[in-house]
Design a protein around this ligand. Structure first.
Ligand code: BDR
Ligand code: CA
Length: 313
């Protein structure tokens, strides 16, 4: 299997953290060229800090971490401390990172990397609002045709929304950015709530993380202990959905996921349904497909992969 060379664009976030850990634990399949932080779950200063905490937790202070956009393209920032806690990474006590933030803006890092590396060799993995990616596409349209693929967490069809009745958080925070990305012509694979709500961290699965016994396994179990209270209360479910790791798991084991190549448009006009991903699952619109929209995951396979990989760190 050809190794994926990726940029992770992220707003950590406990589930973002697990997605990053999975990538860093899988060097045979994934090379992380850099991590770009964006404002989302918490403000930028915290997401840029948390990204570095996670790299150091993984024993990888060499990973390049850049700070990007501190607010959406055309709207006020909406954050999610009610889910992720005040720090964005509540749960484990992680030391302040010693590794520095890289000089330069995340958007320029994305542009420079895509221009420098061979065309079609770099995959973008957005795990938060799409502000950095859209900014890069607007500033340097020439890079769009050089992207190999975008694999992102965002949106919903059957699950409709989590931050509003109609919209998923990442798309809702910056719908204008999402519109630019979905109209870019770049090949896109989407992990919507329809998939991530099938990847629930049950007690047995969280016990398995803890039982790994290394620092990472215990920290991941503590992260889940923290953020599952919100979803359990809200949905009455067995545990919290592990959204963002679906992205990095897909790079390693695409066979765990199933979906449809369909048209997906983003609502940017109506306040009521702002950020809705209008996914033509039933192919009734006649609009050209622009994304592979996932609908299902082999949850046991996903958690087995995750546990096995986190044990390597
Ligand atoms: C998404 O929103 C964030 O809270 C999570 O990190 C995930 O990326 C789920 O809607
Ligand atoms: Ca996220």
């Amino acid at each position: 299997m050809e190794r994926h060379r990726i940029i992770i664009d992220t707003d950590p976030g406990q589930d973002d953290a697990v997605a990053i850990l999975l990538a860093l634990a899988s060097p045979e399949e994934i090379e992380v060229l850099g991590i770009t932080a964006v404002a989302g779950n918490v403000p930028l200063a915290l997401t840029a800090l948390n990204a570095r905490k996670v790299c150091e937790l993984a024993g990888r202070p060499d990973v390049k971490v850049f700070a990007g956009c501190d607010r959406p393209l055309g709207r006020e920032l909406v954050t999610a401390e009610h889910v992720h806690g005040k720090t964005g990474l509540d749960g484990p006590v992680l030391p302040d990172p010693e590794m520095p933030l890289q000089d330069g803006h995340a958007v320029d890092f994305i542009i420079d990397t895509l221009r420098r590396e061979p065309a079609g060799s770099v995959t973008l993995c957005p795990l938060g609002p799409l502000t950095n990616i859209a900014m890069a596409f607007e500033k340097a349209p020439d890079i769009m045709e050089r992207v190999r693929e975008i694999v992102l967490m965002g949106g919903a069809y059957f699950q409709v929304g989590n931050i509003t009745p109609a919209a998923e958080f990442n798309i809702f925070v910056d719908p204008q950015a999402a519109k630019i990305v979905f109209a870019s012509g770049v090949e896109i694979t989407v992990m919507p709530l329809d998939v991530t709500h099938k990847a629930l961290v049950t007690k047995a699965r969280n016990d398995a993380f803890r039982a790994i016994g290394n620092r990472v396994g215990v920290a991941v179990a503590e992260m889940t202990d923290f953020f599952e209270r919100f979803d359990k209360e809200k949905y009455g479910s067995e545990g919290a959905p592990l959204h963002d790791p679906c992205v990095t798991a897909y790079l390693i084991r695409p066979d765990l996921f199933a979906g449809r190549h369909i048209n997906v448009e983003i609502e940017t006009m109506s306040e009521l349904t702002m950020g809705m991903t209008v996914a033509d699952w039933w192919r009734v619109s006649g609009r050209a497909p622009n994304a592979t929209f996932m609908g299902d995951v082999d949850a046991d396979g996903f958690f087995t992969l995750l546990t096995e990989r986190l044990a390597r760190l």
